[in-house]
Design a protein around this ligand. Sequence first.
Ligand SMILES: Cc1ncc(COP(=O)(O)O)c(C=O)c1O
Length: 381
Amino acid sequence: MDPDATTSEHPATTAIQSGRGAALPGRPLSVAPGLASSFRLGNGEVPGEARSYARGDATEGCEALESVIGQLEGGTAVAFASGMAAIAAAMDHVRPGGRLVVPDTCYQGTSALAEHVARTRGAQLTHLEPSDTAGWLAALRTDDVVLLESPTNPLLRVADLPAICAADPTRRAVLVVDSTLATPLNQQPLGLGADVVVHSATKAIGGHADLVLGVAVARQPELIGALRTHRTLHGAVPGAMETFLATRGVRTLPLRHERAQANASTLAARLEQHPVVTVVHYPGLASHPDHALADASLAGFGSVLSFELDGDAATADRFCATLRRIVHATSLGGVESTLERRAAVPGQEHLPPTLLRLAVGCEHVEDLWADLTSALAAATA
Ligand SMILES: Cc1ncc(COP(=O)(O)O)c(C=O)c1O
């Protein structure tokens, strides 16, 4: 565990103050991006001198980001070139001929990777509903890797992480939780007993739709070592500018998160009352199937919601094309609100045709609401 991970300060303080480098006179307040592949070889007497090549030796900027995320999650973080690279590193624990399990609906890149891993390693892949707690607990005793995503993308299903992560001496699997939609602020699965937490730092951690990055966090030394070895051998090391921007992004994560989450909660409640909206998927709503669980286990309900329209795919496409302020684009977790019809994404055709995923940003909520209502009126006129 990161030596500072035991401090009891508020995450809003940790996000701002940790990962600053040496607090010495004349040093900058932030660690500058270390644009280097090679480092001068010395005799090990000067701090940082042990670095030789940036693919294997995390740069100071990378370590700064890892320090902040590690402290927020309560473990040791290893940064990767993307969220998928972090998930791929965790999937290394699937043995040839072994077993792995993922949620029945989750981020489509994760589903595709799980299928690829199963195919190439001759492993057996199972899909479980996030709410099938008994199924997840059974899989922990038989499988090599149990990968939960909670809340899920894009249906916002919530798994009973406190029950599933609880210590079980008969557990065999490496339990991985993709906590991207929760952010390190709404849940800390390592504290509940998960083995590895992964994030697409492309999303809320970076927060500005200007980088691709991932992070995996663990407590057990052998898991941390395996993540680092995978990163070096697969060349999944993040770029210096990306770790610099993500570290800058995480400074405002608590502020952005508070605003975006409040906006999402307001919009979810209003959309649910709108006459052409048939269903809203948001764990903060009493109508959501996992509302009670989310209320008990998450510090907040997040900034992503999905909703469906009375109409067909063409109605939903017209709606996307009519929005003026909310950006018709993929991804989530940015200061700018984005919206996408998920069934239009290749591999996602099984989703309801009008399902629209709204990644709520930090704009004024009334401007977002005005944009939604005028586009809904135009699309369904
Ligand atoms: C929940 C979740 N996990 C992982 C990923 C993959 O992250 P990246 O695009 O940074 O590789 C995404 C991307 O959308 C995601 O939504």
